[in-house]
Design a protein around this ligand. Structure first.
Ligand code: G3P
Ligand code: MG
Length: 267
């Protein structure tokens, strides 16, 4: 479902495919996104950073070694250099030739098919905020493709958020993209709520280890959604579904569907 407004009507947790269907396909590649759509995910999650020539590309690590046959920092290579790398073979020989996609390519691939959680990597944050800063490029691209209602922006770097809000209010005079602070360390419930209010968040994305039923309840009472990452264990998916999370970010969308079907049949 490509429109987040429609997802809001769903009573079960949203199936959010982490880096695409990364349990079975090479993460953050066209194959993984296609497979996530095929598996009936509600949303894909992907990671974005900038190349040397300042193009937003979809890759998780700052370095190339783990998921490509390249070496060094992503930010030290131009897009045309990065495009020569193989981003599939590390996962399995059958994916040889898969390339690092640009954000633009992925948005065009998924437009009209599924919504997307774009995670901006903190290393791409620039305090000077140049005209082609990553967050501005994303806002412009999403707007150009008419995808404002399909996109949720998250980051561990919360300083991106006021800029996204500002871009929409000043330059564009329209409602901001949905925003989601990510959590990597333990915060008190009070601080989580403060963070969500301060950033005018749409949802809060906690590391599942820090999630409690009470936090979900407190956030819900203030109309904030909770989308937890990254859960691949059946029992834990079941538990979080019972706690009433809005969404679960998983490498295994089909496994999550299996759990949801089981819960549904038990009702
Ligand atoms: O967006 C949820 C999750 O992807 C955050 O952590 O390291 O997998 O990008 P990471
Ligand atoms: Mg991520």
């Amino acid at each position: 479902m490509e429109n987040i407004n429609k997802l809001e009507k769903i009573k079960r947790p949203w199936v959010v495919a982490h880096r695409g269907y990364s349990g079975r396909y090479p993460e953050n590649t066209a194959s993984a996104f296609e497979a996530a759509i095929g598996a009936g995910a509600d949303m894909i999650e992907l990671d974005v950073c900038l190349t040397k020539d300042r193009i937003p590309v979809v890759i998780h690590d700052q370095t190339l070694e783990r998921t490509t046959d390249g070496h060094g920092l992503v930010s030290e290579f131009t897009l045309s250099e990065l495009k020569k790398l193989d981003a599939g073979s590390w996962f399995s020989p059958e994916f040889k030739g898969e390339s690092i996609p640009t954000l633009e390519e992925v948005l065009l691939q998924i437009r009209g098919k599924i919504s997307v959680n774009i995670e901006i990597k903190p290393e791409s944050y620039e305090s000077a905020g140049p005209a082609d800063a990553i967050e501005k490029q994303i806002c412009i691209m999403v707007e150009k493709f008419g995808m404002n209602e399909s996109v949720l922006i998250s980051s561990f770097e919360h300083s991106f958020f006021p800029r996204i809000k500002l871009w929409h209010s000043k330059d564009n005079n329209q409602t901001s993209l949905r925003i989601a602070p990510l959590q990597e360390k333990e915060f008190s419930e009070e601080n989580v709520l403060k963070l969500c209010k301060g950033t005018e968040a749409y949802s809060f994305h906690p590391d599942e280890r820090f999630l409690t039923p009470s936090l979900i309840k407190i956030l819900k009472a203030s109309s904030f959604r909770t989308i937890a990452y990254t859960i691949n264990d059946e029992k834990r998916i079941e538990q979080l579904a019972k706690w009433g999370v809005t969404g679960i970010i998983t490498d295994e969308p089909e496994l999550m569907w299996k759990v949801l079907r089981k819960l549904n049949s038990n009702e």
